[in-house]
Ligand binder design. Sequence first.
Ligand SMILES: NC(=O)C1=CN([C@@H]2O[C@H](COP(=O)(O)OP(=O)(O)OC[C@H]3O[C@@H](n4cnc5c(N)ncnc54)[C@H](O)[C@@H]3O)[C@@H](O)[C@H]2O)C=CC1
Ligand SMILES: C[N+](C)(C)CC(=O)CC(=O)[O-]
Length: 486
Amino acid sequence: MATAAIIGGGVIGGGWAARFLLMGWDVRVFDPDPEAERKIAEVLAGARASLPGLADVAMPQEGRLTFHPTIPEAVAGAEWIQESVPERLELKRKVYQTVQEHCAPDAVIGSSTSGFKPSELQGDAVRPGQIVVTHPFNPVYLLPLIELVTTEANPVELVDRAKAVLEGIGCYPLHLKKEIDAHIADRFLEAVWREALWLIKDGIATTEEIDNAIRYGFGLRWAQMGLFETYRIAGGEAGMRHFIEQFGPCLSWPWTKLMDVPDLDDALIDAVAGQSDAQSGAYSIRELERMRDTNLVSILRGLKAQNWGAGALLKAQDVRMSTLPERLEDVADLSQPILTVSQAVPLDWTDYNGHMNEARYLTAFGDATDRMMRLVGCDADYVASGVSFFTVETHIRHLDEAKAGARIRVESQCLEGQGKRMHLFHRMYGGERLLATGEHMLIHVSLETRSSAMPDDRVAVPMARLAETHAGLPRPEGAGKAVGVR
Ligand SMILES: NC(=O)C1=CN([C@@H]2O[C@H](COP(=O)(O)OP(=O)(O)OC[C@H]3O[C@@H](n4cnc5c(N)ncnc54)[C@H](O)[C@@H]3O)[C@@H](O)[C@H]2O)C=CC1
Ligand SMILES: C[N+](C)(C)CC(=O)CC(=O)[O-]
């Protein structure tokens, strides 16, 4: 099992611990705060409810979390050491000194620093080449971006290994060409923050109005296209050149106070903190984190459905992690029901009753049906040739609950596969518990005439083979039932 050491388990260290753990790594934590174990347990609970639901395939088995009283004990056997102690250069350098006395000489030491350059961190370290910046974004377990900043002291092999590890735990390592204070993203964030503080100080807007200006408008655009692609479109058919021509001159108008830092005096701090209390004080930080995570999961799953931006990354990761069969030949034992879905319940699949919403059972059974179609040869190429299946009848029984983050799996049985008909029976399990069954009748169709049509041998032959083999299985309890009063 791969092992990561987390040095400093606060907001960011806790998020790293959760991501590594849920991606199957053992995690060893050192943090002198006596409350660290409780705080990380709370971050982990949020991560367990949200991260697994970004995948539409089974995540790796969760790793083991242990806490250690000293740095030497925490880094023992670790191949990745993530430093997330407070943003003080001397403290970070002191930590590296102890870490390097006791860690493997080829382990990667990543720093979460928001602002220091790697050359500053490497300073007088005994092995500067081991230390890189791996700057994450909060919540580390959901946001994939990691700014990877290196120097010439870092061997290419170590940098490549760092990228591979980050990709392996579902991150998007953005390797900066050159080191610079505050990397790329924090320079933007600071610019925006500075403007926002001026707007409050000058009495133009409150914290809530500024947040609304972002979340009802350009924040939504940025999440999916960033800055330049958005502005290219804003230039109309003439694109970026026209955009610059039209809006470039404003850059020299006195619109922004970007270069001036507002004085963070008591009056401004009271104004910001007071407005923030009025805006969000009704919720605890944990409640706000939960809302943020649910929203992020919904946005990311939306982007995933479009195979776009951060969503495309998630889709590619599913392909890497999937072990489910795509062809009949891949099925280990064709005489048994086939595993067609294995995933966790996404946060945005749950409802006001605190469990998986009824519509999502059909989503999961629909995915199981799609896999059964592919298994009998009705794959993307087949559909592109103008033929497919339509589902004409569905009967779902809801037998038990599933909550956010719970692992579910669907096992599928073919009750009939003859002529134009494919009759499927899916069982959804959570561990050993039967959660639901779904029975579906599919009819083979021509996509041109939109009416039933006989399949050709590409589907007819494997479908008949599957149906014949599954004919040996007992008829499932509940098959053929209609809704009725017991
Ligand atoms: N909070 C944020 O939004 C982000 C912070 N960062 C960076 O992550 C780092 C940590 O920041 P946060 O997690 O926000 O701070 P934090 O204050 O939440 O956590 C710091 C943790 O380090 C522990 N600590 C203090 N001295 C230590 C030592 N000698 N050895 C081990 N642990 C020690 C503290 O007990 C605390 O739990 C900083 O470098 C910061 O710039 C990066 C991205 C975002
Ligand atoms: C405020 N901050 C500079 C510590 C923020 C970051 O570094 C990244 C983030 O999560 O916004």
